[in-house]
Design a binder for this molecule. Structure first.
Ligand code: SAM
Ligand code: SF4
Length: 325
């Protein structure tokens, strides 16, 4: 379905929980996180109703995210139901990978096609420091399991952080030499618990490219379903390298997505405060047709561009773990 600016919305990101088994420095504080009351999260069936409504309006790709989606029991059955929804052609997931080693094959069997694993450091101690509870070996086993299960593409999401992991960027590129791993370097966005921490650590894509150019020559390339990333490859390497540049090179004019939070808000843009409550109508017994109209209204409300630069100036914007990225 078209929005007001001629963009066709074909992509829904569904956050299935706000809980997480990690505490990434830029995302969630270690103490004092106030999660939603479990009763306020949509049930699997409620989430599925929204997916069906969105699919009837032209959504073809669904990405499951969180919080950490693998921490919610029942995920495999939900993936199966989403994959079987008429109109849905592609089901993907973004995960921190901690529980992926055991889940990759069942998820693949249920209809998951692709996975993004978030990994901000290749050094186990640094990874632990950035995530508080992260176990690098467990995540890497998850990456291996995803490749072995035939999920494709397997992408590695790496948020570039000034003063933390920027020296490792070329090492991530090196990972794409032999194996079909697709690294995505992401600019830090002001969507976490500590704005001060974020402001100092934003590492712009231009600097990322310069850092990588010290070791590798990247050439423009494409990857099916590459999303908002600008994609490159080192000639002859098996995988690709992409940059998600929401802060310094925004891609709003190409944006094709809307988001559903775990507690049932349809959010037309990650970088605006617009939201439409679907949980109320769902629990008040709305019909499928009424739900479809609400989702259509949410899609039409998509703003022309995000306001994240403005968030950087403020103390409170949105919180990524409640939305799912
Ligand atoms: N827990 C899962 C994970 O980490 O992959 C899924 C949810 S997480 C919110 C989705 C993605 O958003 C991750 O790749 C994470 O690194 C990224 N992310 C979280 N906070 C961010 C921020 N402030 N700026 C940029 N990316 C962020
Ligand atoms: Fe959890 Fe993902 Fe946020 Fe890290 S980025 S704290 S893994 S939701």
């Amino acid at each position: 379905m078209d929005d007001l600016y001629g963009r066709v919305v074909t992509y829904l990101r569904v956050s299935v929980t706000d809980r997480c088994n990690l505490r990434c420095r830029y995302c969630m504080p270690v103490d004092g996180v106030r999660f939603k009351d479990a009763r306020d999260l949509l049930s699997w069936e409620e989430l599925l109703r929204v997916v069906r409504a969105a699919a009837s309006l032209g959504v073809r790709r669904v990405r499951i995210t969180g919080g950490e989606p693998t921490t919610r029991p029942g995920l495999v059955d939900f993936v199966r139901a989403v994959a079987g929804t008429p109109g849905v052609q592609d089901v993907a997931m973004t995960t921190n990978g901690m529980l992926l080693a055991d889940l990759a094959a069942p998820l693949r069997d249920a209809g998951l096609r692709r996975v993004n694993v978030s990994l901000d450091s290749l050094r186990p101690e640094k990874f632990r420091e950035l995530t508080h509870f992260g176990d690098w070996d467990a995540v890497w086993s998850g990456v291996e399991a995803a490749l072995a299960a035939g999920l494709h593409p397997v992408k590695l999401n790496c948020v570039a952080l000034r003063g933390e992991n920027e020296a490792e960027l070329p090492d991530f590129v090196e990972l794409t030499r032999e194996r079909p791993l697709h690294v995505r370097f992401i600019e830090l966005m002001p969507l976490g618990s500590s704005h001060a921490w974020t402001r100092e650590r934003l590492y712009p894509a231009a600097e990322m490219r310069a850092r990588i150019a010290e070791r590798f020559a990247l050439e423009p390339d494409t990857l099916e379903g590459g999303g908002p990333a600008r994609t490159y490859r080192v000639p002859g390497f098996a995988g690709t390298v992409g940059f998600i540049t929401a802060m310094t090179e925004n891609f709003c004019h190409n944006c094709n997505r809307v988001r559903l939070t775990a507690d049932g808000e349809l959010q037309p843009c990650l970088g605006s405060l617009l939201a439409m409550d679907l949980r109320g109508p769902l629990r008040a017994g709305c019909t499928d047709d009424e739900l479809r109209h609400l989702v259509a209204r949410g899609i039409r409300a998509k703003p022309e561009r995000h306001l994240m630069e403005e968030y950087l100036q403020e103390t409170a914007g949105r919180l990524m773990w409640t939305i799912g990225g």
